[in-house]
Design a protein around this ligand. Structure first.
Ligand code: NDP
Length: 259
């Protein structure tokens, strides 16, 4: 091992090649932009061609040349095609952020088989399939970093809304993170997760008055986060600064889970 980088250079992603799933909006968009801001070349995946184009346009406005890939990660062929496209566009791969996810709010009695399938196909199975497909490239390249987006929902049960399949899926993401971290450490692949609290995106209606008491006022900081506040932690986990960090689930929730 050479000399450990000093100061801010420990957080630099200069020369790294990164793939973010679900990068056309919300948290994934913030992750894509932050990774690029810190030196990485970036590709992202989303199903919507128009949404992907809009995102590449917004990123171009910030001077970021991102490569958008249209793919549905619940379809195995799409996973392989998306990963191949990213590797070809970027000329390799060092960083993978498994961010794409979906959630339904309804009591367990009313949750349909199809909702369960959609949640587990994307939140868990796609993380597994993308990790395997990209992990082979990282292993061949001598190592890399994977960050999975878990949730406080993998640690606590959210209130007042019921979302049992989602909560179970995020607990699975946390344990899959630890399992792959253990298996892939000999290949110099670090696998970590972040577990955000409430963040303002299309998925989380943080401004709804009926949710305010339990989503906002119950948290020590008494607020939700913006996606940009979660992104630096993802950058950190991908960077040399986190060289000794693997199998971690880093909670970023304004203190929500302390109670
Ligand atoms: P959004 O709904 O805003 O974004 C979801 C992203 O995933 C979009 O880019 C969407 O693009 C993409 N996506 C959805 N389905 C698929 C699919 N089948 N294949 C490929 N891409 C897909 O969600 P958030 O930004 O809020 O959430 C991002 C992650 O963060 C999720 O894993 C979520 O569980 C997690 N999280 C969110 C929290 C929050 O409060 N917002 C809190 C804790 C965790 P498209 O529709 O074009 O495919």
């Amino acid at each position: 091992m050479g000399e450990f980088p000093r100061g801010l250079s420990a957080f630099s992603l200069e020369g790294k090649k990164a793939l973010v799933t679900g990068g056309n909006r919300g948290l994934g968009y913030a992750f894509t932009r932050a990774l690029a801001d810190c030196g990485a070349t970036v590709a992202f995946v989303g199903r919507g061609g128009a949404a992907n184009e809009a995102a590449t346009g917004r990123l171009a406005g910030d001077g970021i040349d991102a490569y958008g890939i249209s793919a549905d990660l619940t379809v195995d062929d799409d996973v392989d095609r998306a990963v191949d496209a990213a590797v070809e566009a970027l000329g390799g791969l060092d960083i993978v952020v498994n961010n794409a996810g979906i959630c339904f709010h309804n009591p367990a009695w009313d949750a349909t088989d199809d909702q369960w399938r959609q949640v587990f196909d994307l939140n868990v199975r796609a993380v597994w399939k993308v990790s395997l497909a990209t992990g082979r490239h990282l292993r061949a390249a001598g190592g890399g970093a994977i960050v999975n987006i878990g949730s406080i929902s993998g640690l606590i049960v959210n209130r007042p809304q019921a979302q049992a399949p989602y909560n179970a899926s995020k607990a699975a993401v946390h344990q899959l993170t630890k399992s792959l971290a253990a298996e892939w450490a000999p290949h110099h692949i670090r696998v970590n997760a972040v577990a955000p609290g409430y963040v303002k995106t299309e998925m989380a209606p943080v401004d709804r008055p009926e949710l305010r008491r339990m989503w906002i006022e119950d948290a020590p900081q008494q607020r939700y986060a913006m996606p940009e506040e979660i992104a630096p932690t993802v950058v950190y986990l991908c960077s040399p600064a986190a060289a000794f960090v693997t199998g971690a689930v880093l909670v970023i929730d304004g203190g929500y889970t302390v109670y």
